[in-house]
Design a protein around this ligand. Structure first.
Ligand code: ADP
Ligand code: MG
Length: 368
């Protein structure tokens, strides 16, 4: 799991709407609503929905509450559709159905699954195999280990690893088919699907004329145009430096940003702290994984690269991110001498400052 975000200016809740079985909450200033709409004043609205194992938060500016709500509902419907495609927990997801069909014939898939799989293979190649969408069987073994509270049996890991490897997927763009070559393969989109869903939700808002908006999928954030009168959205990153009292924030617009780290999902066993990110080369979960923040043209890129750069050595990660147009990264690695901070060329850091250490709850990213 990744940085969940708290919205900076909590406003009074004005109601809960039901969308399917999901509770969607909308918060917006209540007073003067009609006046504001009449005058054409932009107001800030916030909506949230629990999906894909995290909370999606939408912040947008609009003159009218009804249009704002309708747009957010449409964006959330898109997220629900994507969850039904990519979920690794829902047995009826398109992903798990495809994997159950097993090795053999090429199978036709949805445009969304094809697009994200094609991107996954691209990021795999770019990162020298650090990003690996076929890591599913190994992830399953580590998930069980996390539940049991002890590191997995090496024999089981080795067995699971036999069913991985991106070279065992064949894509056909013309027919839009996917062919899995090995038995027991399992695709895991956990490192990329939330970024894609954030981009898609923002695209739905834009299709309704709403550009001043931000969609945060628990730390994978798709950012639209700047809020009224501002240079951008202030994004505060919690990447490990906060533990020593430092705050990192950026002001961004029309970009994606993602942070990977093990602050909230990890296994402690035999004195080691294992992350939920796995090194595909060894099938072993990362120990002392770094806090990686990636800024990119879109959130799908930021999400996948943040996962990949958690695996690669820092130097390699820096050259991977610099090879992607418009992408940059900040990596906080935990060495023997404590946290070490490195940024790639072009990282849009505007502020890094010491603050009083607070013992506040798990608020890790902040926008505006
Ligand atoms: P978060 O889920 O917190 O947003 P990431 O984006 O880094 O964090 O994704 C981590 C998830 O990606 C894991 O829970 C797992 O499902 C999957 N995963 C683990 N290791 C890899 C890897 N090497 N390449 C691609 N996906 C991975
Ligand atoms: Mg990721």
């Amino acid at each position: 799991m990744k940085d969940q975000s708290a919205l900076g200016f909590p406003a009074p809740a004005i109601g809960a709407l039901l969308l399917g079985l999901a509770v969607v909450t909308c918060t917006a200033p209540r007073t003067g609503a009609t006046d504001a709409a009449r005058r054409g004043t932009l107001r800030r609205f916030e909506f949230s929905l629990a999906r894909m194992g995290t909370t999606f938060n939408i912040v947008l500016y609009h003159t009218e509450e009804e249009a704002a709500s309708k747009a957010a509902m449409a964006a959330f419907s898109r997220v629900e559709r994507l969850e039904a495609i990519f979920s690794d927990f829902r047995e009826d997801s398109e992903n798990l159905r495809l994997c159950r069909l097993g090795a053999g014939m090429p199978r036709a898939v949805s445009p969304e699954l094809y697009f994200v799989l094609e991107n996954s293979l691209k990021f795999s190649q770019l990162s020298g195999g650090a990003f690996d969408v076929t890591i599913g069987p190994v992830v399953q073994v580590w998930r069980e280990a996390r539940r049991a509270g002890k590191a997995p049996d090496p024999g089981r890991l080795a067995e699971a690893k036999k069913s991985t490897g991106v070279e065992n997927i064949i894509l056909d763009g013309e027919q839009r088919t996917v062919q899995l070559l090995l038995p027991r393969m399992r695709l895991d989109f956990g490192g990329i699907a939330k970024g894609y869903a954030a981009d898609e939700a923002l695209r739905v808002l834009k299709s309704r004329g709403i550009r001043m908006a931000l969609v945060d999928a628990g730390g994978d954030i798709s950012i639209g145009s700047a809020p009224p009168g501002q240079a951008g959205w202030r994004i505060e990153v919690r990447n490990g430096l906060e533990a020593r009292g430092e705050r990192v924030s950026m002001v961004l617009h029309d970009l994606g940003v993602a942070t990977s780290g093990d602050s909230f999902q990890f296994l402690e066993s035999g004195g080691a702290r294992y992350s939920h990110i796995i090194d595909p080369a060894s099938a072993v979960a990362l120990k002392n994984s770094p806090g990686v923040t990636v800024v990119a043209r879109d959130a799908i890129t930021a999400d996948a690269l943040a996962t990949a750069l958690s695996v690669t050595p820092v130097e390699q990660g820096m050259s991977v991110v610099e090879s992607v147009d418009g992408a940059s990264a900040a990596i906080v690695s935990r060495g023997e001498k404590g946290a070490e901070w490195r940024v790639s060329r072009g990282f849009p850091l505007i502020q890094r400052q010491r603050e009083e250490l607070r013992t506040a709850g798990p608020q890790r990213a902040n926008h505006n």
